[in-house]
Ligand binder design. Structure first.
Ligand SMILES: [Ca+2]
Ligand SMILES: [Ca+2]
Length: 752
């Protein structure tokens, strides 16, 4: 490989004092997230079950509570109440915490929904878990899918639960092997009210319609856009469709008449539903752009949907009344901003010409030297692997996908053609990986590993777009969609973990990394603007739910892991929108660097109430925050941290990284009340004494013991006393989080 000797000198060689640390042998996944437009987001409730007669849609009766032989534990047959037939199950709360049966159909996989009827006699709503056990006898505990649902007092209600909205716990064998059905008030749902719950008519059903969101298409007249969906009839009979708008249209946008061919849709046939949307102003005008931006950032933009109603066409002589089905198709109208504002050509996020100049300038920064040396080492290891594996098409890389970013960095600053060639080869190899989700995180369908892979591939796809053929682009896009973006959107649709668990590092890492991948597809896929809009909204929801005091309950290590990903995506959003959307204006950023600063134990130690042995070590995070928030004391801290991070840090490295030690008059104490954490110090010199206290909610990454104090081993001269106390977790914090009702997610360490 031909090399520029001067550059090589800068990028390799011996580390400067305090420079090169050891790179961990495990790669540190950074997740990405994307949103997909699974349109069947909502759990729709409506009455009028048609009974046990086979209707036009495949369905299977699980239980009608009519049979002579009773096999339910925890519930009794009731002949006075019935939603269908003559009997139901009577479940007395709180005396019987669960009602369950082993006599259920085994294979649920052909169906989309579990449905049942329920009636609550009592003063308050009852929150229950519905659990489908599919136990693997080779694992110690029971393995199952579960989901919470709230039943309200009053008349019989119908509950429809999409099977894809269920979370897995343990290693469930799959929907083909269900062996038990439970209704339960246990697993962290809070106090169970006194109530009688009647259950009846438990069914497995299939959706008649398959709905695919097709995103945005531009109309003939330039100013008109169409939101489009494709709908297919999977039922055995014809369906009559109508589409009705529901909800408010964001200010500045106008919607026209829904185009939904009203004719009967024969079985197996599909049609497109289109919603014309235009901006109420001059296309391209500044006011129009502002209106679109406001729609993208306003919560109102989420309110508008189409309700598609499918009515089976009555068959002559049929005795069973045809049953109507409703489908909610969220329009996400605010996404029009990203559709009309997408960049013109690749690369538009990373490794643009301006970005290459920044990276090249960074090779002269002494403080970045260790990162470059590490980058060169990692990239050259990848090149060596590639040279051996090039002729073995089935060989998949023995290292993590972030190595692709290392190679791209080198390609950007060195102009050495082999790095570009190897990056292209790695991009295609990583795309062909069979499993994107780590084995130990299954049955999750998105995890830190898959999101990190999506981010790296998204960066590579954007950077190498004009170096690969359209066939190769499809080769990358397809798994990127099917193995990362669409699963993430399914999880987001149903608010499954990690989405909405805002203070868990998974939520930040997965959302931000999927977002990077989606950004790379803007302009290449008509759905990407919708996905990007949804990721950005989830991203801002995360920022709004993080502690306003800047603390992080999971401690410094997870703070760094999550904040790194959040910062990278903030930069992506800036670049995609030309700076019009700037997440760094969010108040979360104003104080969060202080969380690290005030827990610094000079010269190289940290106050530690959590698993945080290696952290913090990513200097770029603090440097970026210091520059953006005008905090030279954060920059100063960054320069004192040993480099143990990833070369990926270089993506965030700011141009001006000058730091200043906190002045003598600077605050020497900081409180982070939302995470129950206080740190005080005698000063900012290396012989400072630090006293830190922690109390309150104990999350899975904390290490607190009641009434026990611990001394963090002092690094050389300074010393710290850390005191902690625990309290029971707040009930509300658990009740708000369906994930915490099952076992905690496994493998949440940053080095997964
Ligand atoms: Ca019944
Ligand atoms: Ca088991």
């Amino acid at each position: 490989m031909e090399r520029d000797p001067a550059l090589s000198e800068k990028l390799r060689g011996r580390a400067a004092a305090g420079g090169v640390g050891r790179r961990s042998t495990t790669s540190c996944p950074r997740a990405l997230r994307l949103l997909a437009g699974a349109a069947l987001a909502a759990v729709l409730l409506h009455g009028g079950e048609a009974g046990a007669e086979p209707g036009p849609v495949p369905r299977l009766l699980v239980e009608d509570f009519e049979g002579p032989e009773w096999h339910w534990e925890g519930a009794a047959r009731d002949d006075a109440q019935a939603a269908e037939g003559n009997a139901s199950a009577r479940w007395e709360l709180p005396a019987q915490p669960t009602a369950s049966s082993f006599r259920v159909p085994e294979d649920w996989s052909p169906f989309d929904n579990l449905r049942f009827r329920a009636r609550v006699r009592g003063a308050a709503s009852v929150e229950i878990h519905v659990v489908a056990e599919c136990d693997d006898p080779d694992t110690d505990s029971r393995d199952y899918f579960y989901r919470a649902v709230t039943l309200v007092p009053g008349d019989w209600q119908s509950v429809r639960m999409p099977l894809e909205s269920f979370e897995g716990s343990g290693q469930p064998l799959g929907w083909e092997h269900v062996d038990r059905l439970l209704f339960s008030t246990e697993w962290g749902l809070g106090p169970t009210p006194t109530a009688t719950v009647y259950l009846d008519q438990v069914l497995l059903t299939r959706d008649s319609l398959k709905v695919d969101d097709e995103g945005w298409e531009q109309g003939n007249q330039g100013a008109v856009w169409h939101r489009a969906w494709k709908v297919q009839n999977r039922a055995s009979g014809s369906m009559h469709l109508t589409a009705t708008p529901e909800g408010d249209v964001p200010a500045g946008l106008r919607v026209g008449q829904v185009e939904c061919p009203g004719a009967d849709l024969p079985p197996g046939q599909g049609l497109r539903i289109r919603l014309p949307v235009r901006v109420a102003g001059e296309p391209g005008a500044a006011a129009t752009r502002r209106a679109l931006l406001a729609a993208a950032l306003s919560g109102d933009a989420e309110g508008f949907s189409l309700i598609v109603t499918a009515q089976p066409t009555q068959v002559d002589g049929a005795e069973t009344p045809a049953e109507r089905e409703d489908y909610r198709l969220p329009a996400y109208l605010g996404s029009l901003y990203y559709q009309t504002h997408r960049p013109e050509k690749h690369p538009w996020v990373w490794f643009t010409e301006a970005e290459k100049r920044r990276l090249k300038a960074l090779t002269d920064e002494p403080i970045a030297r260790a990162a470059w040396v590490e980058n060169r080492t990692c990239a050259d290891n990848a090149v060596r692997w590639w040279e051996q594996a090039r002729e073995a098409p089935r060989a998949t890389p023995t290292f993590g996908p972030l190595r692709l970013v290392d190679v791209l960095n080198l390609a950007a600053v060195s102009d050495e053609q082999p790095y570009t060639d190897v990056a292209r080869g790695l991009l295609l190899r990583f795309a062909s990986r069979e499993d994107w989700v780590s084995h130990r995180h299954k049955p999750r369908i998105v995890d830190l590993t898959s999101a990190t892979q999506a981010m790296a591939l998204g960066m590579g796809y954007d950077a190498l777009w004009d170096r690969i053929t359209e066939g190769e682009r499809v080769w990358v896009r397809k798994p990127l969609l099917e193995k990362a973006i669409l699963p993430y959107l399914t999880v987001l649709d149903h608010r499954r973990f990690p989405t909405a668990d805002y203070r868990n590092n998974w939520c930040s890492v997965v959302t931000a990394n999927i977002g990077v991948a989606v950004a790379s597809l803007l302009g290449d896929d008509p759905r990407a603007a919708v996905w990007f809009h949804r990721v950005v909204r989830e991203y801002f929801a995360i920022l709004d739910h993080l502690p306003s005091d800047g603390g992080w309950s999971e401690g410094l290590s997870y703070w760094e892991y999550a904040v790194d990903s959040l910062l990278v995506f903030a930069e992506v959003v800036r670049r995609v929108t030309g700076g019009e959307v700037d997440a760094l204006q969010n108040p979360f950023w104003a104080k969060t660097g202080d969380f690290v600063l005030h827990n610094y134990l000079p010269p190289e130690g940290w106050v530690n109430f959590c698993d945080a042995q290696r952290a913090p070590s990513n200097r770029a995070v603090l440097l970026k925050l210091g520059q953006e928030l005008h905090r030279p004391d954060w920059n100063w801290l960054a320069t004192r941290m040993p480099f143990r991070g990833q070369p990926k840090e270089l993506l965030l490295w700011p141009e001006n990284a000058n730091g200043e030690r906190p002045s003598a008059g600077a605050p020497r104490a900081a409180a982070f009340p939302e995470v129950g954490w206080v740190s005080m110090r005698s000063g900012w010199d290396d012989d400072a004494v630090v006293l830190a206290l922690r109390s309150g909610y104990k999350d899975p990454h904390s290490h607190l013991d009641l009434t026990r104090s611990c001394c963090t081993p002092s690094a050389r001269r300074s010393s710290a006393i850390c005191l902690s106390a625990t309290t029971r977790p707040a009930t509300s914090a658990r009740a708000a989080n369906p994930r915490s009702t099952g076992p905690p997610p496994r493998g949440t360490t940053p080095s997964s």
